[in-house]
Write a protein that binds this ligand. Structure first.
Ligand code: SF4
Length: 402
């Protein structure tokens, strides 16, 4: 079978999936490959429910019938046309006799109580926790994915626990988490479960945030946002070439998602993982920042986070701190009011400063909030309103603009 690390670097997505099947499960990876894989994959300790045997089938939303028992999935921009007994690109949606199904309804392979800062959401209930969950699968393939061990595998290749939406909401309430975060892999591909869990959670006074790549069509996004209370979008780069070469995707649908989120009015933060030489040019960061200000406004927080070598990109170094500082300054100069440097604990760029008087408002140490001076959503020094969600009442009061 060859050396696992060298195989990972050269194999196609299909080969990685086949290799995973041959191994029996992701857990069968060699120790070095496993260490490589587990940099940020959450455990399942917080999950209630039995170990899942088989697949968690459930009728899928957003698809159309085609001739010859084929279907077209209209959940994400890929619009996979899927023949009978086949699956879409994400590997978790299957055609059974001309009816489309999700295979991961409640099949949770990760569950953890995380600081909301880890998502990262810095202007959303700072200092609180989010019950964070995922299933296997993703609708793009980032060669630098930090959670590839679950995102790039099929449901039968990872160990999962079967958790109903009701069990999830109960577990979240039992741990006094005000929020559920749909995260780690790509929540769009477990849309049906996220939608139902978020609706139930809302009824019980718990918010829901989607941590996503933004690769979703407009209609499902609008429907989902009726249940969500916040969104974080991973902005991979500001270049179609980058999306094509490094993510097997496109930039344009992500920009469309961001504009829809702006229209809907849901609280949104953006994160860009800065990878040395690939997406860190000053010209690109400037163009991205200008687009953000022009299309989304100056109040959308923009996080530039530090890359660590992983998955198929192990030949590049960690992002120098100076690069993050330069990106941050470029975005501030372009007019973005809240810009952060991420994955650099204790760096001043992780703190929140008032856009009007530059007073330090929130001091962070890694994912912990050391001090929060915001009072009633305002700067205590100059009284400026600070954009964000500062109370659970405010989070749950959100309704999409028509
Ligand atoms: S959600 Fe999955 S099956 Fe549907 S279009 Fe996207 S990749 Fe294809």
């Amino acid at each position: 079978m060859g050396n696992p690390e060298s195989m990972l670097l050269t194999a196609s997505r299909r080969e990685v999936l086949r290799w995973g099947l041959a191994c029996g499960a992701a857990g069968a990876l060699g120790p070095a490959a496993r260490a490589l894989a587990q940099q940020d994959v959450a455990g399942r300790d917080a999950l209630p429910g039995p170990k899942l045997e088989g697949l968690a089938r459930h009728p899928a939303m957003f698809w159309e019938k085609l001739p010859d028992r084929k279907v077209k999935c209209t959940l994400c921009p890929r619009e996979c046309e899927v023949a009978d007994v086949e699956r879409g690109y994400c590997g978790v949606r299957e055609n059974q006799g001309g009816e489309y199904q999700t295979l991961v309804y409640g099949a949770l392979c990760s569950g953890n109580v995380d600081p909301i800062e880890k998502k990262p959401l810095f202007h959303y209930l700072p200092g609180t926790t989010a019950f964070s969950i995922a299933t296997a699968g993703c609708n793009i393939e980032c060669k630098f994915c930090q959670n590839w061990e679950i995102s790039q595998f099929r449901p039968e290749q990872v160990e999962s626990t079967l958790v109903t939406p009701a069990q999830l909401v109960r577990a979240c309430a039992g741990r006094a988490c005000p929020t559920i975060a749909y995260t780690y892999s790509e929540p769009v591909i477990f849309y049906e479960y996220m939608h139902d869990a978020a609706a139930l959670a809302r009824q019980q006074g718990i918010g829901s945030v989607m941590i996503s790549n933004g690769y979703i069509q407009e209609q499902p996004l609008r429907q989902l946002c009726r249940q969500l209370t916040g969104v974080k979008i991973d902005f991979k780069a500001f270049s179609e070439t980058f999306y094509a070469q490094w993510c097997s995707g496109h930039l344009k649908p992500v920009l469309a998602t961001l504009e829809t989120l702006k229209e809907i009015g849901i609280w949104t933060e953006l994160v860009v993982l800065i990878i040395p030489t690939l997406n860190d040019s000053p010209q690109e960061i400037k163009a991205m920042s200008k687009w953000v200000v022009e299309h989304l406004g100056p109040d959308v927080p923009l996080h530039f986070t530090r890359f660590h070598p992983t998955y198929r990109v192990t030949n590049l170094p960690r992002t120098p701190v100076e690069t993050l500082e330069r990106c941050r300054q470029i975005a501030l100069d372009a007019g973005v009011r809240y810009v952060y440097a991420g994955n650099v604990p204790t760096h001043p760029g992780e703190n929140t400063y008032c856009h009007a008087c530059r007073q330090e408002l929130i001091r962070r140490v890694g994912f912990q909030v050391a001090d929060n001076r915001i009072r009633d959503g305002k700067c205590p020094r100059c009284g400026a309103a600070i954009p964000g969600i500062w109370s659970q009442e405010q989070a749950l009061a959100f309704r999409p603009r028509a």
